[in-house]
Design a protein around this ligand. Structure first.
Ligand code: ZN
Ligand code: ZN
Length: 407
């Protein structure tokens, strides 16, 4: 019952607000700011929230902010948008193209920001009318692309007291009006490794008196990926691929050091957690067989985003309510990374892919200078996010607050 009313309330809100939200997105798009430098963007969001009677709290670095709507005793649902741009050139021929050389909202975070702003303004109205059966935590997160912004939010209490969290990302391969959903992992992990080897070095005439470092390094390069593929579940698709290798300077001299660098990609969270120790022990066993020393520098990227099944059901229910029957489409796990994963290591929640392609229009790709969206996705996103928050609050909230909301 409330679901049907909600749709009418969103229609009324968007009839007033949609043009303004499109203008807000274009302003942010024209003034992109890179990770942890989103000062202007943060100020613009804060001004709009304050004008709506909310009390945003800017994170200590001055980029990104957190804001609560509603102060009931019910559950707390968090909605997250990322606000940073990418260090690449805007190649579009649009009146709202980037005015900053070498910076561009090519991942659609301007759209995510605008959707969460619109959702905030609508939820503030709902709260003022006594229709919010709980609290909604709005997270405008800096520095997703670095990544690291999610950890910054969490370090400052951004998800304390939160029961469930939702986020979305533009998907240029899905038509506007549709939402791609999937339970379980939806993005992947990507880490970097650097292997350094060292030995005594010497003349190539006497490898038996020294340690044949180049030969040993070559063994590491081939044995490590091969052994890994035999030591982890193949379904986790843990793969180590080398991108750079260097050792030696002369044909007849065994060098005393060498280096190899590569990436570790992984579709599975359990395998991702086990990867550093496993790679280290395999490296040590190969190196010791050839009498050289090897060290591993392992730099963590982000874990895979693993969607909680109950939260995905809430998203699906909200999408049908907000966008109509048939709005939900299946989506694949991508090999890209997304730092929303950090929240889902601590909380149940889910991440959706929001269609941004014009039906029969161009299929863009994210992280390209030509990337753009069908701006109807903004109102679709507001409908989706607002309905998701309310659906989650209705379903986990105490019965009396739901009854009050419906009265
Ligand atoms: Zn991106
Ligand atoms: Zn992104």
């Amino acid at each position: 019952m409330r679901g049907r009313e909600l749709r009418g309330e969103l229609d009324a809100f968007l009839a007033e607000a949609e043009q303004d939200l499109v203008a807000f997105r274009r302003d942010i798009h024209m003034h992109p700011e890179l990770a942890f430098a989103e000062y202007r963007t943060t100020q613009r969001i804060a001004e709009r929230l304050t004008a709506a009677g909310l009390t945003p709290s800017v994170l200590p670095r001055g980029t990104g902010l957190i804001c609560d709507v509603g102060n009931g005793d019910g559950p707390t649902v968090a909605l997250r948008a990322d606000i940073d741009a990418l260090p690449l050139q805007d190649e579009k021929d649009a009146p709202y193209r980037s005015t900053v050389a070498g910076a561009c909202h090519a991942c659609g975070h301007d759209v995510h920001t605008t959707i969460l702003l619109g959702t905030s303004l609508f939820l503030a109205q709902q709260a003022a009318a006594g229709l919010l059966p709980g609290r909604v935590r709005l997270i405008f997160q800096p520095a997703e692309e670095l990544p690291g912004g999610a950890l910054e939010v969490m370090a400052h209490g951004g998800i304390s007291g939160v029961d469930r969290i939702f986020g979305l990302h533009c998907d240029p391969r899905v038509d506007v009006g549709q939402v791609g959903l999937r339970s379980g992992p939806i993005t992947s992990a990507c880490d970097r490794i650097v292997v350094r080897v060292a030995g005594p070095g010497g003349h190539t005439a006497r490898p038996h008196l020294t340690a044949d470092l180049v030969f040993a390094l070559a063994k590491i390069l081939t044995e490590l990926p091969a052994a890994l593929s035999r030591r982890v579940d193949p379904r986790s698709s843990l793969s180590l691929v080398w991108g750079r290798v260097e050792a030696g300077s002369a044909a007849n001299a065994i060098p005393d050091d060498g280096i190899a660098e590569g990436t570790v990609r992984c579709l599975d969270e359990t395998a991702w957690h086990a990867a550093p120790d496993l790679i280290k022990s395999l490296l040590e066993s190969v190196a010791s067989a050839y009498g050289i020393e090897a060290t591993l520098d392992y730099t963590r990227g982000v874990p895979p985003v693993v969607n909680d099944e109950v939260s995905v059901e809430m998203l699906a229910e909200a999408a049908e309510r907000a966008l109509g029957a048939g709005a939900v489409v299946p989506t694949q796990q991508s090999l890209g990374g997304e730092d929303f994963a950090w929240y889902l290591e601590s909380l149940p929640g889910a991440f959706a892919r929001l269609g941004t392609r014009s039906p029969d229009g161009v299929t863009y790709d994210i992280h390209q200078g030509t990337f753009d969206v069908d701006e109807k996705a903004i109102s679709m996103g507001v409908r989706m996010m607002a309905t998701t928050a309310l659906t989650a609050l209705w379903e986990v909230g105490p019965l009396d607050s739901i009854t009050n909301a419906m009265a």
